[in-house]
Design a protein around this ligand. Structure first.
Ligand SMILES: [Zn+2]
Ligand SMILES: [Zn+2]
Length: 262
């Protein structure tokens, strides 16, 4: 009987190993397919960002927010109110640019397929390069005479500066004064948990503050775990940090205001 049980245990062990290898193999296959796909199509050439303007941004400035995909409009207003409060006097005005949809041919460009691995479910998602978003933001900022622009999207993203950085929460392009936040991994549904609208809103508020914080304060992250400017690799980190800037970061903001004299 014990021998039988031992065999059973061994079989289970091997089954687990096979399942793991299968996921690994799938990932390798998609990477290979992606490579073949990229040989003919360079995403870099497709989204070569136009040169940033020479003049540095001066505060106060005009900020625009655009949504790409399905974002609840009530959340949008709450995000706006929070940014106004947090960066009070840094913005003359915050403009709601509404919803944007990529034309089909642009939407398809630069897509990279990756496996979302949560609790043994290997679902394949199509990720978009951040440069595709930035290119749109640069054009929108120019057209609407905005100094700074933020996009909120539900699209899965990968970083154009490093395609190994996948499923981004958000990214800022400081030279171009634009940033993007993806709600994909901020949603409880992503982790196969029950939808939670309030929690999503709170996470969106933290991440939009964080990315705009980079555009105003610079690329550095804060060492204070509870500060909104700390780097969060996982959703737990985002939930742990507060929506506020710590005293040190707030002081930076005040100093900047004094330097810019407003
Ligand atoms: Zn950051
Ligand atoms: Zn801080």
């Amino acid at each position: 009987m014990t021998r039988y049980k031992n065999f059973q245990r061994k079989i289970q062990k091997y089954e687990r190993k096979i399942s793991k290898s299968r996921i690994k193999l799938k990932r390798k296959l998609y990477k290979f397919k992606d490579y073949v796909f990229r040989v003919g199509i360079s995403t870099k050439e497709e989204f070569e960002l136009s040169k940033p303007s020479e003049s540095k941004i001066s505060f106060p400035c005009h900020l625009g927010i655009v949504s790409i995909g399905k974002i609840n409009l009530n959340s949008f207003q709450k995000i706006e109110v929070n940014l106004e409060r947090k960066f009070d006097s840094f913005f003359f005005n915050i403009y709601n640019l509404g919803r944007f949809k990529f034309p089909k041919e642009v939407f398809k460009k630069g897509i990279k397929k990756e496996i979302k691995e949560i609790k043994n479910t290997a679902e394949l998602l199509e990720l978009h390069p951040t440069n595709k978003i930035y290119q749109l933001l640069i054009d929108l900022a120019k057209r609407n005479e905005l100094d700074m622009i933020l996009a909120i999207t539900d699209l899965p993203l990968y970083s154009s500066s490093n395609s190994n950085i996948i499923f981004l929460f958000g990214e800022a392009h400081i030279k171009h004064n634009c940033c993007v936040v993806s709600s994909l991994k901020l949603k409880e549904e992503y982790y196969n948990r029950i939808k939670n609208k309030e929690l999503l809103e709170l996470r969106l508020i933290k991440e939009t503050t964080h990315e705009l914080g980079h555009l105003i304060l610079g690329p550095e992250h804060c060492n204070e775990d509870s500060c909104v400017m700390t780097f969060s690799r996982e959703i737990e980190g985002i939930d742990y940090k507060s929506i506020r800037l710590c005293d040190k970061c707030y002081e930076k903001l005040i100093n900047l205001r004094e330097v810019c004299n407003f």
